[in-house]
Design a protein. Structure first.
Length: 421
């Protein structure tokens, strides 16, 4: 069939919106704590509400896509995101936030399951690897930009009289003056509603799911869950997402508490650069994976992340300011390497196994809560030491993984000289 550039553009736009909505939470933590006068753990429960939806929705979403096709499932997913964002924007209270963030997370989890097969068909199987990498770059760019959007809104709406700007004036009327950060959910509500309208006008191609993309049967899941190796990879994926969200979630608050940096400016910028370097590191990792076994690369990057984490937690203020984003640089290759090692370690049922691994994203729900709970009792620095456990889990994969197929590498051979030449 003819390749559909419009549909590829839609998938890229969906990745951008998903990232914008998902990773803004990392910048909001200091404001959530001060606005609602809640503990660190209570603030992290908002992150929990969002990411636990991935554990609940990842597998069911696969079945829905196979039964109802991509277009209606994506529309319903964006409707959920719109409803969640709008409900919090109208009633920006802590209790409403818990429910709203779960609904938004459910929509994002459903979209994540839906758009990868769509990208394969719309862009062409032969271009899927390139398009997937480009999609991740777009996802990362939105994560990089979202803290700057947050800073812009908080700094301008927080003034007694916003600048002469129609956009800001409208948001100022809709948002409580004490909660300028909540205005971003009005933007998300409009953005996701526009995505629903856009989807309604587009004609989707028919997607024939490969065996790797199939949701699978209950028997396949049962067979996989009997294998200790499957559980080991699931737990390590869980640990990785706990690392990613556990770090990003608390950067701004840590820099504020221990070094006095403004969370609305310097803290938000540090979060932005965490995501920016996490994206940029993918390109470095791609080059290294052409030269070295993926397990060695994983070990090296895990050690690098642990060293940067140590510098961030125990170094002086300037060191911490730069070391936290560098954790993102070294975390960049962990997700793709973990998933590829996992899928290359089984000979069948790759689709269901991918679904099991996707539920590990709920590590992003649990990790920040554990850090917050420890931080409430022993201080945030002690709480963040929990990341040594999760990064060590990721590091361990480089030693015990035994894939059936290893990553292809370039063989560098020494030139030989013919006798008598």
């Amino acid at each position: 069939m003819a390749r559909n550039r419009t549909m590829v553009g839609l998938v890229f736009l969906t990745f951008f919106v998903m990232s914008l909505v998902t990773n803004i939470l990392n910048s909001l933590i200091p404001d959530i704590i001060s606005s609602y006068s809640v503990t660190l753990a209570a603030a992290a429960f908002l992150n929990f509400a969002f990411f636990i939806a991935y554990g609940v929705m990842s597998v069911p979403a696969g079945f829905w896509v196979e039964r109802f096709t991509e277009k209606p499932v994506m529309i319903v997913a964006f409707m959920a995101a719109t409803a969640g964002a709008l409900s919090f924007a109208v009633h920006p209270t802590y209790s409403v936030a818990l429910r709203s963030f779960f609904v938004i997370g459910a929509g994002m989890a459903t979209l994540q399951v839906t758009i990868n097969p769509l990208l394969r068909v719309a862009g062409g199987e032969e271009h899927f690897a390139f398009n997937s990498a480009l999609a991740q770059l777009i996802f990362g760019s939105a994560s990089f930009l979202s803290p700057y959007l947050y800073s812009y809104l908080v700094l301008n709406l927080g003034q007694s009289s916003p600048k002469n700007n129609l956009f800001l004036s409208i948001l100022a009327k809709l948002t409580p003056r004490a909660l300028p950060w909540a205005s971003i959910y009005w933007i998300f509500a409009v953005l996701t509603a526009l995505m629903i309208v856009l989807l309604g006008f587009l004609r989707f191609p028919k997607v024939e799911h490969t065996a790797d993309e199939s949701a699978g049967s209950l028997e396949m899941y049962t067979s996989l869950l009997r294998r200790p190796m499957v559980w080991a990879f699931f737990l390590c994926v869980f640990a990785y997402v706990a690392c990613e969200q556990g770090t990003a979630n608390w950067i701004s608050k840590f820099l504020s508490v221990y070094h006095g940096y403004d969370p609305h400016t310097t803290g938000a910028t540090a979060v932005s650069w965490f995501w920016g370097l996490l994206t940029a590191g993918c390109f470095i990792g791609m080059g290294l994976l052409k030269l070295f076994d993926s397990r060695r690369v994983l070990i090296g990057f895990s050690v690098g992340a642990l060293l940067c984490l140590t510098a961030a937690l125990f170094g002086p203020s300037r060191v911490a300011l730069y070391a936290f984003p560098c954790v993102g640089l070294f975390a960049s290759i962990m997700w793709p390497v973990l998933v590829s090692l996992a899928l290359n370690s089984v000979s069948e049922h790759h689709g269901p196994f991918a679904g099991i691994l996707s539920t590990g994203i709920m590590g992003g729900a649990v990790g920040p809560v554990i850090i917050g709970r420890l931080g409430d009792h022993f201080g945030l620095r002690a709480g963040l030491c929990f990341l040594y456990v999760t990064f060590s889990c990721v590091l361990s994969v480089g030693f015990w993984a035994r894939p059936l197929i290893s990553n292809a590498t370039v063989q560098l051979k020494k030139a030989t000289t013919e006798p008598g030449a």
